[in-house]
Structures are given as C-alpha cells and as structure tokens.
Design a protein around this ligand. Sequence first.
Ligand code: AQP
Length: 318
Amino acid sequence: MQPGPGKPRVFSGIQPSGGLHLGNYLGALRNWVRDQDKYDNIFCIVDLHTITVPQDPAALRENTLSLAAIYLASGIHPELAWILECFIPMGWLERMTQFKEKSGRERERSSAGLFAYPALMAADILLYDTRYVPVGEDQRQHIELTRDVAQRLNQRFGEVFVLPEAMIQAAGARIMGLDDPEKKMSKSLAGDNPGHAIFLLDPPDVIRKKIARAQTDAQPAVQFPAGTGVRNLLEIYRTITDQDWPAVEREFAAKPYSVLKSAVADAVVEALTPIQERYREIRADDAGLMRQLRGTADRLRPIANTTLQRVQHAVGLR
Ligand code: AQP
C-alpha cells in the first residue's frame, strides 16, 4: 500500500516498565522531538506490552502516568495483534533476541504474551499506516518482523498495509549500562542495580554520582581505541552534544577519566534539567494530563479503526 499524501507517518512507543533512562532518551525520545516537524507523528505508551513480564499494578499505573507526562500517547487496539499472530510462524518469534534475553533460562515458564510481543508491536505500528519507526538498535529485529508479516499479508490479500521502516540514528542507538558496559542500558536491569542507568528524573547530584562511578578500565587516561566503558561515556557525550567522533577524540585524547566523567555529567545534567522542570509542571495537574491523553486517543482511534476494518475485510472477518 502506498502512503497517502502529506508528511510521512512516524510511530513509536515506550513501555511504562519503569522510569525512563538515558538510553530511552538518546535512542528514541530525543530523536522523536528533534524530527517532529518533518513528520506526522504518533507516539504512544505501550502498556499492553509491559505486562508480558510481571508488574506491580500500582507501579504500572504510576509509571504510565509518569511516561504520559513526558510525551502524549495514542489509543491502541489489540485485535490486529491476534490476526497478525495467525500469520507469523512460530519460528520467526523464536528467533527474536529480546525474547531469548528476557525469557533466559525460564523459557518454558515465560508468558505466551512475552513470546507473542512482537505481534502486538507490529499491530501498533501497522494500525496507524506508519512509514517510519524511530527506535533504538535493539528494536531493529522487531521492525523487520513487522515488515515481513505486513508483506506476507499484502502478497496474499492485496495492498492491506503500508510497509514501515526502522529509523535508527547513528548516534545514541545503543547506550550501555554504566555498571556493565557489555549490557544494554535497560529499565529491567536498573531494578537490581541503582548504578546501572541514569533515569531522566534523577536529580543532578545522583546523575553526577552515577557517572563518577561508571565502569571504565585500568588505563590512566583516555586513549583510542577506547575500552567499552569509556567508549560508552564518549558515545553519551557526543550524542548529547551533537558532535562527531573526531571532535570528541580531539577533546578527550589523553585526558584523565575524571575530566571525561565530569564533562559527561555536565552535559547530561544540562540536557535533563529543562525536561525535569517541565515534567514537574505537567505532573502538578494529573487530571489535565488525563484529559489530554483521552483527547489524543479519541482523535487517533479512527485511523486505527479504518486499518482494522480493512484487514478484517481482507481476511474474511468482515
Ligand atoms: N540502551 C538503549 N540505548 C538506546 N536506545 C534504547 N532504547 C531502549 N534502551 C536503549 C530505546 O528506547 C525505546 C523504548 O524502549 P522500550 O521501553 O519499548 O523497551 P526496551 O527497548 O526493552 O527498553 P528497556 O529500557 O530495555 O526496557 P525493559 O528493560 O523494560 O525491556 C525504544 O526505541 C528502544 O529502542
């Protein structure tokens, strides 16, 4: 299916599975905000995805509202996910890295929802006739699966879906944990280790402390090629300050790690302070926030309904 006239549709979401961290910001949120005038945007809170692993109900409610205060969400519809699941072979889902990582050794005991999660994500994207999906590197595989199942239905039933493409920036697409730079910075890992992630709502002194303790290596000063921990700090810095690698190498070559860490901390605090101030203003009026979310969902629901009806008709459900 060809996209309609006007700006291309962009769609993406974040799970309210915990506080947002710097990886979510640099890999996703910041790019959404920066490019928002170029596209017709829909950004949602993917709460249904979050319950694929156990959640505390009160925490989930609070995390959802908190996430909503950072960006405004759209309504989603689970029916398309079921139709898509019927067209996605088990083998495709078994290959998904995120499922392998999150199920770990408890594979047999993890929920069917966790296994089928990519179908729900595909449904969210396809329902809104999305052209581009701005995400971090970890989501590339899920967007490819979305494309594959859309193509499968298009081949079989005619042009039902717009084919979406992942939009992944060169900088900040994979921020690593501060405590362990071999692991992606992630909300779920942050639960067990407070030094793992910088949360977008962390106060400046906490941000500084976490960065000061970030894992580096035994070298006395920055050298290139840098080890994974130092490279991660440099990546955070260059993404936040919009610089390329040569500029950052010139700035920090042979500097002690303490100089690098305090520059990274300054840049992070400077980027997050205005977001935190605005966040507090929004959260002072939760009723207003809820009204705004409902209004946005009402406005977007017709787009989703039109696509759903088209698919229902194509497969013979309508
Ligand atoms: N470390 C990261 N670096 C760059 N981008 C990242 N994203 C996540 N982690 C990093 C991007 O943030 C967006 C929202 O992610 P999500 O909440 O939908 O799920 P996720 O990718 O599984 O994120 P987390 O933080 O790791 O959450 P949990 O631990 O709950 O699974 C996406 O665009 C993602 O690419």
